[in-house]
Ligand binder design. Structure first.
Ligand SMILES: O=C(O)C(=O)C[C@]1(C(=O)O)C=C[C@@H](O)C=C1
Length: 390
């Protein structure tokens, strides 16, 4: 019998990877048990001192095993981030009744299997107990209506992207709905050009893409001058449009992960104008949630100010005087009132914090209109700073 050293080594690597997965799953179970203890004893989820000490110990032990410090740090920061996000989700679940009946979370999202929204939906709800029923929709409005009419418990919508900026259609819809923002998730977006049969970029004469995806890849796409562009409602629709092609002359833009679900070939990847391309999604529900004091929170509202000089500055000074940190300010035209703007404000903090409560009260008195869209756990898990590192 002939031996194949490469195949033997690969078998051993696969065996170790599988053991790593088992260990990661066991670690996550322990993190959940820690969270239960913390809920019982009302203790904060994060212990930055412990995280720092753990990272330093692991980096030092890794060095003894010839493992690079940067690599060890990245791996364990990612593991701790996962642990913190799962613990926060458990705490939130404990505080708020789950929206779904019979333990099923019905979630409306844009597109179908393999769309970016579908990937974000699976990642976000994997942290919560209960079965996920993902419900594909063909427009942002349909998502909102599904939740409003209680045909879905949640809706997940992209709100901004690091390459193309704010998603105006979603901002505009938020003006007219009574749904609340109950969560957010940031999803890395790796746009790829994909085809049904192996081909090369110079053979492509028609390209299917969602307009947002197209905008995020505009620098790369400048070279495809004569190529016909067909806009699709989601990147999963672009995959569906090309999946039966046999000519190798049509391509779609979308995620590599999604393309694999459709059995498509990746012709080119990492196509976004910004190498660090992320989309932030918001999660909407009929009921606002309470965010536990142990969980870092964000609050969002919309407001329109008086039509007088300095009205916005005055509003922002109210935030400053109450020590409220604004993390985003967006403005959109008010439908039916030409040249008037609605401001969207994201701040760090829990709507129940005294300073934020007072700031909002003061703002209500000095603005024409103010509506709180929600208070929800932030997705940012800033890593522990390594002051102990040698
Ligand atoms: O030890 C804890 O208190 C945990 O919650 C676990 C853990 C971890 O995953 O290692 C997570 C968050 C804390 O900031 C520290 C450590």
């Amino acid at each position: 019998m002939t031996t194949n050293p490469l195949s033997d080594i690969r078998t051993q690597i696969s065996q170790l990877d599988s053991e790593l997965l088992t260990i990661l799953s066991k670690r996550r179970m322990l993190a959940k048990s820690v969270a239960e203890q913390k809920i019982e004893n009302n203790k904060p989820i994060r212990d930055l001192q412990r995280e720092e000490q753990m990272l330093v110990d692991l980096i030092n032990r890794g060095k003894d095993m010839q493992l690079d410090a940067y690599f060890v740090k990245q791996v364990f920061q990612t593991i701790i981030e996962d642990s913190v996000l799962h613990q926060q989700a458990l705490l939130q679940q404990h505080l708020n009744l789950p929206a779904g009946e019979n333990g099923v979370n019905r979630v409306a999202y844009l597109g179908s299997h393999g769309s970016y929204s579908n990937l974000a939906c699976h990642r976000y709800f994997s942290r919560f107990p209960g079965q996920l029923k993902a419900m594909g929709c063909s427009s942002f409005l349909e998502i909102i209506e599904k939740v409003e009419h209680k045909h879905a418990d949640y809706g997940i919508l992209p709100i901004e992207n690091t390459s193309s900026g704010s998603i105006n259609d979603v901002y505009d819809l938020l003006q007219h709905t009574d749904l609340s923002i109950v969560g957010e998730i940031t999803q890395p977006i790796n746009h790829c050009m994909v085809s049904a049969v192996p081909t090369s970029m110079d053979k492509i004469t028609k390209l299917y893409a969602h307009p947002q995806v197209y905008a995020q890849c505009s620098h790369f796409l400048a070279q495809f001058d004569g190529v016909e562009i067909e806009h699709c409602e989601a990147s999963s629709a672009a995959f569906e449009a090309i999946q039966n092609d046999t000519t190798g002359t049509v391509a779609a833009l979308g995620s590599g992960e999604g393309a694999r679900l459709y059995g498509l070939n990746i012709i080119a990847e990492a196509l976004a104008n910004q190498k660090k391309n992320y989309s932030r999604f918001i999660v909407l529900a009929n009921q606002a949630i309470s965010v536990a004091p142990q969980v870092p929170a964000k609050s969002t509202w919309i407001m329109s100010t008086e039509q007088k000089p300095g009205a916005l500055v005055d509003a922002l000074l109210i935030l400053k005087s109450h020590n409220v940190n604004m993390c985003k300010l967006e403005s959109r035209p008010i439908t039916g009132n030409p040249w008037e703007e609605m401001f969207y404000v994201d701040v760090e903090g829990n709507i129940r914090d005294n300073n934020l409560e007072n700031a909002i009260e003061e703002l209500r008195a000095s603005t024409r209109f103010l509506k709180v869209l929600g208070c929800y756990p932030t997705e940012d898990v800033p890593p522990a700073k390594l002051t102990l590192e040698s």
